[in-house]
Design a protein around this ligand. Structure first.
Ligand SMILES: Nc1ncnc2c1ncn2[C@@H]1O[C@H](COP(=O)(O)OP(=O)(O)OP(=O)(O)O)[C@@H](O)[C@H]1O
Ligand SMILES: [Mg+2]
Length: 508
């Protein structure tokens, strides 16, 4: 067999940010036709490295070779000229335009020469060639998140990318969509394209990666190893240098009084369509109720009506003796409701402020941080430092801007803030999305600890393994209703899957 051809070689890449050595002499080679996974803890430097290759950041030191030629990549435009395309996590599509219009947007050819039917035909060809199902004439606002991601991929293929970088592409996808994405990636590599794939899901890496490069604190600790024959534990050990517990010990506790009671709630979604249809559920103290469901079945609206971010049309929501209906988010927080929202940078955090301000956002009006009408910054500083240590948030310091933290560490800031106020009810939406295995384990332990201390927890997740691992009961949401409920112990995964798909009309 001829030796593999390297389409990309990154050599001794160094990238510094204030207080952080994000890439410390990193080498990476990508072979033609392979899926190369990048694995590493939150803040290890994966996104930084791929952002350098995609022309978003410039390396302080090091060299990049593409197809054997030294490449000077100073912008995304340079990158695409070298055949390198990056699929971003936050899509940058124009909602009012069609798929094809978005794909040709920003191309060098003057608009005047654009031939829309011809472009549509090309988009349809590419979509067939790689199994990227999407209607070239559909408007972006009509598309699901998974379909929008396909448009981003098509956009890069249209521009002639043969090296694709996907940074945590499955974090926003349903399991079904993730499966379809993998089919596409396989068909791309079979046709000679090469892929760099970042994910925290070890199962996914074992399933589709040909080789894996592991990073730790800016350095490569395993370069291009084959995951064949490896287990999840082998990968986790490479990454965090210790064993990770995938099955947690859950103490047996009898649930206490009902803390959250939702009765026949109806609510609308952003488009004014019914999102919650007579939904009822209860969560007790010392209990985790896991809500399983395919995204878009009312999960977001459910978390929003409880936390005061969305009005209800009818029904009742009670927190112990209090009626939560028509209370503001601030009042509801004061009544003892913590919220780990789905949208971290939107409703979760003020990304322009530093870590400390974000951590104390909920508490600056109370002693010890409040001192009369002013703030005791010394205490605020100390409280934040403690939270950073307890929650193992990797940041140069508490005065670092939250917007510069890595994805996973951003999430930890929210968790630290919401859990440290010891809420009676915690509404956790995808609490471990984007977290590395070590951090996921830590969050699961924290949630279980909250449960032992008497909190009622509503856990909304699409990750069945997560739901089964830490919930006491599982409720399945479909089309804005709870269509079934069962103890998590011995729960039948297949049955849950069917209910999630709406094929079983069983009710509790
Ligand atoms: N624009 C930036 N400004 C300042 N620091 C940054 C910037 N981008 C990244 N960093 C820092 O560089 C380090 C590496 O971050 P990076 O985003 O590459 O990590 P990652 O491996 O992708 O982590 P995650 O799994 O959480 O996404 C982190 O400490 C991060 O805070
Ligand atoms: Mg990242």
């Amino acid at each position: 067999m001829p030796p593999p051809t390297n389409v990309v070689e990154m050599k001794q890449i160094v990238k510094r940010f204030p207080g952080v050595l994000a890439n410390d002499h990193v080498d990476l080679d990508l072979r033609q036709g392979e899926i190369h996974a990048l694995l590493g803890e939150n803040g290890a430097g994966k996104s930084t490295l791929t952002n350098i290759l995609a022309g978003l950041y410039r390396a302080d030191e090091g060299e990049i070779f593409v197809n054997g030629q030294r490449a000077d990549i100073g912008s995304p435009r340079d990158a695409i000229r070298c055949g390198i395309g990056m699929i971003y996590q936050h899509f940058m599509l124009v909602p009012s335009q069609t798929v094809t219009e978005n794909i040709i947007l920003g191309l060098d050819e003057p608009r005047f020469f654009l031939n829309l039917p011809k472009a549509e035909k090309r988009v349809a060809e590419l979509s067939n060639q790689f199994g990227l199902k999407v209607d070239p004439r559909a408007h972006i606002w009509q598309l699901s998140v998974g379909e929008q991601q396909r448009v981003e991929i098509l956009k890069m293929l249209y521009r002639g990318a043969n090296i694709l970088i996907l940074d945590e592409p499955t974090a926003v996808l349903t399991p079904q969509e993730a499966h379809e994405l993998f089919e596409t990636l396989r068909s791309m590599t079979a046709q000679g394209r090469s892929v760099i794939f970042i994910s925290h899901h070890l199962d996914e890496i074992l399933e589709i990666a040909d080789r894996v490069t592991v990073m730790q604190k800016g350095r490569v600790t395993a370069a291009g190893v084959s995951p064949k024959g490896m287990t999840k534990n082998d990968l986790a050990r490479l990454m965090v240098g210790r064993d990770v517990v995938f099955a947690l010990a859950k103490k047996k506790i009898e649930p206490g009084d009902v803390v959250l009671e939702i009765e026949n709630v109806r609510a609308l979604n952003d488009r004014g369509l019914p999102a919650l249809q007579n939904l009822s559920l209860q969560v007790r103290a010392n209990e985790i109720l896991g809500v399983a469901g395919v995204a878009g079945n009312g999960q977001r609206e459910l978390s929003q009506v409880i936390t005061g971010l969305r009005p209800i049309v009818s029904g009742r929501i009670h927190l112990g003796a209090y009626d939560l209906t028509d209370h503001s988010p601030g009042e509801i927080f004061n009544l003892g409701v913590g919220h780990i929202p789905e949208d971290r940078l939107g409703s979760g955090l003020a990304s322009g402020l530093d870590v400390m301000h974000n951590l104390i956002l909920r508490r600056y009006k109370e002693p010890p941080i409040a001192r009369g009408i002013s703030i005791n910054w010394g205490v605020a500083d100390k409280v934040s430092q403690n939270l950073v240590a307890t929650f193992d948030i990797s940041t140069p310091g508490v005065h670092t801007r939250v917007g510069t933290l890595s994805g996973g560490n951003t999430q930890k800031v929210i968790l630290a803030r919401e859990i440290s106020t010891r809420p009676d009810l915690l509404v956790a939406v995808h609490p471990t999305r984007g977290l590395d295995v070590g951090a996921t384990e830590a969050v699961h332990k924290l949630l279980l600890q909250q449960r032992e201390q008497g909190a009622a927890i509503l856990l909304i997740s699409e990750d069945l393994d997560e739901l089964l691992a830490i919930s006491d009961r599982i409720a399945v949401i479909f089309d804005g209703q709870i269509v079934g409920e069962m103890p998590a112990e011995n729960a039948d995964i297949e049955k849950i899957g069917l209910m999630m798909a709406g094929t079983s009309a069983e009710t509790k």
